[in-house]
Design a protein around this ligand. Sequence first.
Ligand code: GLU
Length: 268
Amino acid sequence: MDRIVIKVGSAVLTEKNEIAKDRMMNLVYLISKLRSKYEVVLVSSGAVAAGYSALQLDKTKQIGKKAIAAAGQPILMSSYKMMFDILHIDTAQILLTEDDFDSRKRTKMFQEIINAHIPNNILPIVNENDISSTPEQLFGDNDQLSANVAQAVDADLLVILSDINGYYDKDPSKHKDAKLYKVLDELPEGVLDECATPNDPFATGGIVTKLKAADFMMRHGRKMFLSNGFDLEACEAFLMKGEHTLGTLFLPKGEGKKEKKKDKKKKG
Ligand code: GLU
């Protein structure tokens, strides 16, 4: 069975600092379907956004953000637990920092934990440990974290669910003629140097951190699929039926041509 890591962002999971219950439930349904075909690891943001409903401190300050995340992580996990319970799926919380990837011993530890969960039908839900870590120990955004998790758990594919349909040649909210890249095996020059500009005030990422995650995956010979988390149809069609409508598939260098040939053959 192929292994996939799914990363979902705060913009998808929360609305006005509350858990967006319908969207979370849709994700939970999708994951339950995916588990018939894949081994799934979920990387979920949303602690800071959800925590803000309980604690309105200044999230631009280190302690404020940590205090909010500490209040929000149980809100996030209890919402997941309630929804996965409906489908009889048990979950586990795994909080990681960059340090867990820097030390082989520590990496091995969480790899083994996840490898113990999966065959026992537990869904690991990973987030960054925003609470006790120093700024030097943090990735700062879950896009980078999820790419590192995908590499560490030897996942075939990382799926990032965000507030956009994929990666466009220009900002689709400003340009009507923006074109969606469907398959890329090389990133356009200079895109990784741009500043991160998330659309949602509680998201840390924006397109640049997604492209950095894609770059990491491509350099490590792995794939990434960037898809819309508000409407999961394209993601489900891609993962369950191999139908690629919307969403951008990032492939290791040189694999784009092979993919296009496959696509042509399919279309006849
Ligand atoms: N760990 C943060 C949270 O749960 C999310 C970081 C990010 O937005 O990527 O709120």
